[in-house]
Design a binder for this molecule. Structure first.
Ligand SMILES: Cc1cc2nc3c(=O)[nH]c(=O)nc-3n(C[C@H](O)[C@H](O)[C@H](O)COP(=O)(O)OP(=O)(O)OC[C@H]3O[C@@H](n4cnc5c(N)ncnc54)[C@H](O)[C@@H]3O)c2cc1C
Length: 386
C-alpha cells in the first residue's frame, strides 16, 4: 500500500524515485532466480554503489548522502518489499559506518568513511559467536596488544557481508578479566586482507546475501584500528549503533508485511470460489483487514522511532517497539499471505514462499524479539520512576 504522506524534501523525493526505478529495472526481474540459486547479487550491489546507497547515512563531508534515518527507513522498506536480502547488503555496512562516524578518531574517519560511502570498501558488524548472540558479554574472541598491533584470536558466526565484503567491525575482548565484562570489550576495524577466513553458511531464507562463519587465527591489525581512543568502550558503541540497526530491521518488516498484503489483496480479487472472488468471503476480509492494520501501525512506529533518532534523542524504547511490532507483522502477514494464496502460496513459482522464509529472520536479527521486550520493559521502568 502507498505509504502515508510524510513531508519530504526535494532531495528525498529524488532519491526515493531513483531507488524505485532501480528496484523495478535492476532487482525485481532477477530476484527470484538469484534467490533460488543462493547467488550473491553482485551486479545489484555494484548498482547500489552507483546510486550512493553505501553512503546513504554517512555525512556529505565524507562523501555520503547524509540522509535522515527516516528517509533511510523508507528506502529500506521499498527495497525489502522487492527482495529483503538486498537491504542487508547496505544495512549492516551502514551500522559499521555510523559507529565509525560517531566514535572513530579523525584519522580513522578520514581513512575509512569516504571509501565506505563510495562502496569501495563494503562490510558489516561481527558480534555473534558460535556460543553466544544475545548475551554479548560472553564473547570469547580476544585481541591482545602486541607492540603497535592487536592480535585477534577466536571465531564469529552468522556475520552478514563477511564473505563478499572487504572489512568488518569486530567486537573483541581486550581484557578477559574485566568486571563487569563489558569494560573489557572493544571494537576493531579489520580488513579481510589481514587474514581472517570466512565461509558462507546455508540458510532457510535471506538467501543470496552472504552470511558467514569466521575464523581469526592470530590476525594482526594496527592499534589505530581500535574505534575511539581507549579500550573497554566497544559494547556501548555498538549498542548505540544498533539503534539505527533496529529501525532498519523494523523498516524491512514494514516492506515485507506490505508486499504480503498487496499480493494477497490482488489475488483475493481474482481467485473465485463458490461463485465469487474470495475477497468477498468474510474470513478472507478479516485477514486482509488485520494485515493492512498491521502494516499501517508498523509504519507509524518506524516513523516515530526514526524521527526520535534524527532528533538526537535516545530511542532504544522507540526502536525496540518498532522492531518488535513491525517484524512480528511481517511474520504474521507472510503466514496469512500463504493461507490466502492456498496451494499457490506453497509453490516455488510465486514469491509468497520466499516472504514466508525471509520473515522469521527479522524476529531474530539485531536483537531477538524476546530481547526487545526486555529492553522495552526496562526503559518503561527507567522512564517512569515512582
Ligand atoms: C541470517 C542471519 C544474519 C545475521 N547477521 C549477523 C551479523 O551480521 N552480525 C552479527 O553479529 N550477528 C548476526 N546474526 C546473529 C544474530 O544477531 C543472532 O542470531 C541473535 O542475536 C540471537 O543470538 P543467538 O542466535 O546466539 O541466540 P541465543 O542468544 O542463544 O538465544 C536463543 C533463544 O533464547 C532467547 N533468549 C536469550 N536470552 C534471553 C533472556 N535473557 N530472556 C529471554 N529469552 C532469552 C533468545 O531470544 C532466543 O529465542 C545473524 C543471524 C542470522 C540468522
Amino acid at each position: 500500500m502507498e505509504a502515508r504522506n510524510i513531508t519530504q524534501t526535494e532531495e528525498q523525493v529524488l532519491i526515493l524515485d531513483s531507488v524505485a526505478q532501480f528496484l523495478r529495472r535492476d532487482v525485481e526481474p532477477y530476484a527470484h532466480d538469484l534467490e533460488a540459486r543462493d547467488e550473491y547479487p553482485r551486479e545489484i550491489a555494484d548498482k547500489m554503489a552507483d546510486l550512493g546507497l553505501f553512503g546513504a547515512t554517512i555525512s556529505p563531508e565524507y562523501g555520503g548522502l547524509g540522509l535522515s534515518a527516516l528517509t533511510f527507513a523508507k528506502i529500506t522498506e521499498m527495497v525489502s518489499s522487492v527482495w529483503m536480502s538486498v537491504s542487508g547488503i547496505f544495512s549492516s555496512h551502514l551500522i559499521m559506518a555510523a559507529v565509525v562516524e560517531r566514535y572513530g578518531t579523525d584519522e580513522m574517519k578520514q581513512a575509512y568513511l569516504p571509501r565506505f560511502a563510495s562502496g569501495e570498501l563494503r562490510g558489516g558488524i561481527a558480534l555473534t559467536e558460535p556460543d553466544c548472540g544475545t548475551d554479548l558479554q560472553g564473547i570469547r574472541t580476544r585481541a591482545k596488544r602486541d607492540g603497535g598491533d592487536y592480535v585477534i584470536t577466536g571465531s564469529k558466526m552468522w556475520i552478514t557481508n563477511s564473505v563478499e565484503g572487504q572489512i568488518l567491525l569486530v567486537l573483541v575482548k581486550t581484557d578477559m578479566e574485566a568486571v563487569p565484562p563489558h569494560r573489557g570489550m572493544s571494537l576493531l576495524l579489520v580488513d579481510k586482507a589481514r587474514g581472517y577466513k570466512a565461509k558462507k553458511l546455508k540458510k532457510v531464507g535471506y538467501r543470496g546475501i552472504d552470511t558467514g562463519e569466521l575464523q581469526f587465527d592470530d590476525v594482526r591489525v594496527p592499534a589505530e584500528n581500535l574505534v575511539g581512543t581507549e579500550e573497554g568502550r566497544g559494547l556501548q558503541q555498538i549498542l548505540n549503533g544498533l539503534e539505527l540497526g533496529r529501525i532498519n530491521v523494523a523498516a524491512r518488516g514494514v516492506g515485507l508485511a506490505d508486499v504480503c498484503l498487496r499480493e494477497s489483496l490482488a489475488y483475493a480479487q481474482t481467485r473465485q470460489t463458490f461463485g465469487k472472488p474470495i475477497c468477498r468471503h468474510q474470513t478472507i476480509q478479516i485477514k486482509l483487514a488485520d494485515m493492512a492494520t498491521r502494516v499501517e501501525a508498523a509504519r507509524l512506529l518506524v516513523e516515530r522511532a526514526a524521527n526520535a533518532y534524527d532528533s538526537g534523542q535516545r530511542c532504544d524504547l522507540e526502536a525496540g517497539m518498532a522492531k518488535l511490532f513491525a517484524t512480528e507483522a511481517a511474520v504474521e502477514n507472510s503466514m496469512e499471505a500463504m493461507r490466502i494464496h492456498g496451494a499457490y502460496g506453497y509453490s516455488k513459482e510465486y514469491n509468497i514462499e520466499r516472504y514466508y522464509r525471509d520473515a522469521p529472520l527479522l524476529a531474530i536479527g539485531e536483537g531477538t524479539n524476546e530481547l526487545q521486550r526486555i529492553i522495552i520493559a526496562r526503559q518503561l521502568v527507567e522512564r517512569n520512576p515512582v
